[in-house]
Design a binder for this molecule. Sequence first.
Ligand code: C5P
Length: 225
Amino acid sequence: QSVADLTGKHVLVSAGGTREHLDPVRFLGNSSSGKQGYALARIAAARGAKVTLVAANSELPDPAGVQVVPVVSAQDLYDEITGRAADADAIVMAAAVADFRPADVVEHKIKKTADGAVPAVDLVQNPDILHTISHDRARPGQIIVGFAAETGDADHTVLDLGRAKLERKGCDLLVVNDVSGGKVFGSDLNEAVILDRAGTALPVPSGSKDALSGVIWNLVAAHWS
Ligand code: C5P
């Protein structure tokens, strides 16, 4: 994959984890490192693509040759992705997006009170970005890739849940990570299966997030050709 096989294509990648502020210093967040999205962006650039990386709160250095757009919240990410979708030949949503945000962001730091009363936090739902861009395609022939971290449960395997999610979200490919062992988060390794539109599970050799990125771009390139 040293060939510049993505030359002439513009890809939009999201990475990291969104933060939903309660007050100026506190937020609801998640433990996504951003490593998978950054690996996708770096490898797409190395293969010749024009890459825009919308990055939510990652500490990682900007990958060479990639336009990085920093965001904080799910709403910021929604605005940047939907605003740029019409220019993208592929969109890969690797970011961990908060499903809920506090209904109100308090302007000043929340304080303890003398009577020990505990503040209540009302949550409202965030927009589902992947669902929105998949159901309302901004560009014909565009390939949209989602991620899903699943543990499975008593009645459903990880793959069952992945197939249902692919159907619901409407994306073209879904990368399903089995996180039951507490794996993946913050790790350089990834154990994943990729589902296509037909629900077929495409095997991914277990390995690095770089290797998974290479497989994802191979599948996207195959859709284009
Ligand atoms: O529903 P779930 O959060 O498991 O779906 C994960 C996929 O959906 C990821 O690709 C994530 O980036 C995307 N997502 C989104 N907007 C949300 C929640 C998730 O685009 N509000």
